[in-house]
Design a protein around this ligand. Structure first.
Ligand code: DLL
Length: 434
């Protein structure tokens, strides 16, 4: 039977959800206009006042918030409450420029706990379960976010944090962890490590996993499920909006339910900024409508996805967002062709290759090159050079036929590509160094 944390909200009618969104959006716009000089200036520039925002139909009138706005106001310039009301902060380092700092009031933390509890309930978490949290604790939102969710439910929140893989395996066995929370790449690494240590699955009690914070494919999901003997769920979120739990997967696993009572999702054309018709793929934009300390409006996530408004069989009425294909800024442009690392991952897994891969991009004689390094088993690696070359070519052909871009495939010996305990580094772009 489907389990909910706040059933009345999670299954509320569309009319009710819209009514909440209308009221909460209007209030948030007023609040930021009054309390955040930067927002007031942006709205003045756009020629609007809070009176122009009467319902979610007026949302498109508000200016977008970009990551660059967060840098311009670093560190606390977009906070909408005085510091004495801020209970904690998190930050994401990002790959370029200054880190992003998010503030939370006590009330924000309670809501964050609830939305993570919704995810935990959806995977069947009970009070008696041990929730093994291997996302990093600290300024990263993953560890403490899921920790709060587990506490909200009343389950055991086990703050293992990431790293020290051998110890993680010992804890699985000795403590009987039931639900694992970590990045999908770390889940894969934990699965491989279990195998290498010769620990059979009947020695551990994991039943579900909550994996997110980076793109991963359905193929990877199946592999993790097999290696760890659990059901793997996807969870989405970002520091700027809250952290994990902005959207969560139910047992149907056909998209992640967006917590629409707290966040409004839009899909826009990343080039023109225009809101796209329902069902189109585009850049995902979020507005926070209940956050007190750091309520971003129309924040450009750069994540590319699709939103589905059909009712889900689980009974939840929140719309569902697809797995983001990746961030528009992770997208590689190789000789004019757009390539997402996740597309390459799909080909690798479909053809039975290992999920341990890395993409190396370079520019040689003014021409982009893409090398796909992928680990193979010791058996394959010790095969004849002729056979290896043939197999590399076969994989390169498959990638070319699917993505339309010629790549060089290089097979690597087992355990030569660095494993990640947090977010995996999938791409090394040497072009940036030139
Ligand atoms: O990664 C928050 C989080 C922690 C989500 C734990 C899920 C679990 P940031 O470090 O700010 O926050 O990174 C946010 O990660 O814009 C996406 O590009 C990517 N991302 C997050 N979840 C997923 C997912 C956390 N399920 C950025 N699938 C986002 C694909 C994801 N990409």
């Amino acid at each position: 039977m489907e389990q909910y944390w706040q059933k009345e909200i999670e299954t509320a009618s569309r009319e009710q959800l819209t009514a909440w969104q209308n009221e909460r959006l209007v209030n948030t716009v007023k609040r930021v206009y009054e309390n955040v000089p930067y927002y007031r200036a942006q709205m003045e520039k756009a020629g609007i006042t809070p009176d122009d925002i009467k319902s979610i139909d007026d949302l498109h009138k508000l200016p977008f918030t970009y990551k660059s706005d967060l840098r311009d106001t670093y560190p606390f310039g977009l906070f909408a409450v005085p510091m004495e009301q801020v209970a904690t902060m998190h930050a994401s380092s990002g790959t370029t420029g200054k880190q992003i700092v998010a503030g939370y009031t006590e009330n924000d933390l309670a809501i964050w706990g609830d939305i993570c509890a919704r995810q935990l309930a959806a995977v069947g978490c009970e009070k008696t379960d041990i929730v093994h949290v291997s996302y990093g604790y600290g300024l990263f939102t993953g560890g403490l976010g899921l920790h709060r969710g587990a506490r909200r439910i009343g389950a055991v929140a086990l703050p293992v944090s990431s790293g020290n893989t051998a110890r993680q395996l010992t804890i699985f066995q000795d403590f009987g962890s039931n639900i694992l929370c970590c990045t999908p790449s770390y889940a894969m690494y934990l699965g491989e490590s279990l195998e290498e240590a010769g620990i059979p699955l009947d020695k551990i009690k994991l039943k579900a996993g909550i994996f997110g914070a980076e793109p991963w494919t359905e193929e990877m999901r199946r592999m993790i499920e097999k290696k760890l003997g659990l059901k793997a769920y996807d969870i989405y979120g970002l520091t700027e909006i809250m952290g994990p739990g902005v959207a969560y997967e139910c047992s149907c696993q056909k998209g992640m339910h967006v917590n629409e009572d707290h966040f409004i999702i839009e899909v826009i054309d990343p080039d023109t900024g225009e809101v796209l018709p329902k069902g189109s793929e585009g850049e995902i934009v979020f507005s926070c409508i209940t956050k007190e300390a750091f309520p971003l409006l129309r924040y450009r996530t750069r994540d590319i996805g699709v939103v589905n408004y059909e009712t889900c069989e689980c009974g939840r009425t929140f719309c569902r967002m697809s797995k983001p294909r990746g961030r528009s800024d992770d997208m590689l442009i190789i000789r004019g062709v757009n390539v997402f690392p996740s597309q390459i991952e799909t080909v690798l897994m479909r053809e039975g290759h290992s999920p341990n891969y890395q993409l190396v991009v370079d520019r040689i004689n003014n021409l982009d090159t893409l090398e796909v390094k992928v680990e193979v088993t010791a058996d394959v690696f010790s095969d004849t050079v002729a056979n290896l070359t043939k197999a590399e070519k076969k994989l390169a052909d498959s990638i070319k036929s699917l993505l339309g871009v010629a790549v060089k495939v290089t097979f690597c010996a087992p355990n030569t590509i660095a494993r990640s305990t947090g977010k995996a580094v999938r791409v090394i772009d040497n072009r940036k160094l030139h």
